[in-house]
Design a protein around this ligand. Sequence first.
Ligand code: PSV
Ligand code: MN
Length: 383
Amino acid sequence: MSDIKAALLAQAIETPSWAYGNSGTRFKVFAQRGVPRDPYEKLADAAQVHAFTGVAPSVALHIPWDRVDDYADLAAHASNLGVRIGAINSNVFQDDDYMLGSVTSPDARVRRKATDHLLECVDVMDATGSDTLKLWFSDGTNYPGQDDIRSRQDRLAESLAEVYDRLGEHQRFLLEYKLFEPAFYTTDVPDWGTAYAHCVKLGPKAQVVVDTGHHAPGTNIEFIVAFLLREGKLGGFDFNSRFYADDDLMAGAADPFQLFRIMFEVVRGGGYTEDVAFMLDQCHNIEPKIAGQIRSVMNVQEATAKALLVDRAALAAAQSAGDVLGANGVFMDAYNTDVRPLLAEVRAERGLDPDPMAAYARSGYFEKIVAERVGGAQAGWGA
Ligand code: PSV
Ligand code: MN
């Protein structure tokens, strides 16, 4: 048990800056009280999640949503708050120029502009000390015949190679795939296989990131995780929950069993190290944001604890004996264990309140930011 406790204490779950800003759907972005007005305030909120859970020490930025004049100053601010800058997320999907694609656009000028933005993100990594660039492309087409599918792959490969060459010794990029949206006919990086093929060709600093919301319903995500880990190509996760499409709901809220199965493959595949980044990519459209992040972090912790509890020796014995029901029983025993007392103990051992949700609610932080953050423009999806 002490091994499991040590492993749980060592976990690091990265929260996204954009989770603290206002968000919504294409129908309506709802404004909530106390929401940050700038990246500095987003970091302050993220630091609360770390303060109460002890396992959320880094914060992902999204450029240009988190653009500031002085990134070194932003990194110093993070450090003063007890957190650090995590992955830098590029954004080549919110500019009129990108209507027909960014790095895969048929227009060479647009491709240049998009690649230059990705290179700018590496500059931000240099200035903040971040070691991870996250690339997601909304590129694709809406109609058959609209553009040449294969040429778009060539353009993608060309841009990725340029960015890859710009990476420093301790930097890497994670290529994210997504089945569809906003493109509805073809998407240029629609699945893990496409992302994997590009990353293999580029080399060890290119890895795949699995956003749990980016698959067709029924996809066996843990198989993808097992496969990528075996190939040394799993760079990390964007955890979130989905009921229908890319819903970006709280991790572990829709299907905690799936999250457990994924975490089991991570543990089984030796990915429970710093090399695989456990990031959240979610929005809190209708629930309070900081508390929503704390809940999500706790959900990931619970899935992790259950995955660590699987009796691997008993499982292997049942598997090699062909004992189908026995093996499934070992697996389900771990899933059905209530790990909340164990996690409460782990937190207490770290000097934290065993109940982060209640401790945060008692802290008065929410009331403080509601009172203080008046005036200015609240950060929202897109800023
Ligand atoms: C795209 O849907 C995505 O998952 C990418 O990670 C983006 O950068 C992020 O969402 C923005 O919320
Ligand atoms: Mn994502």
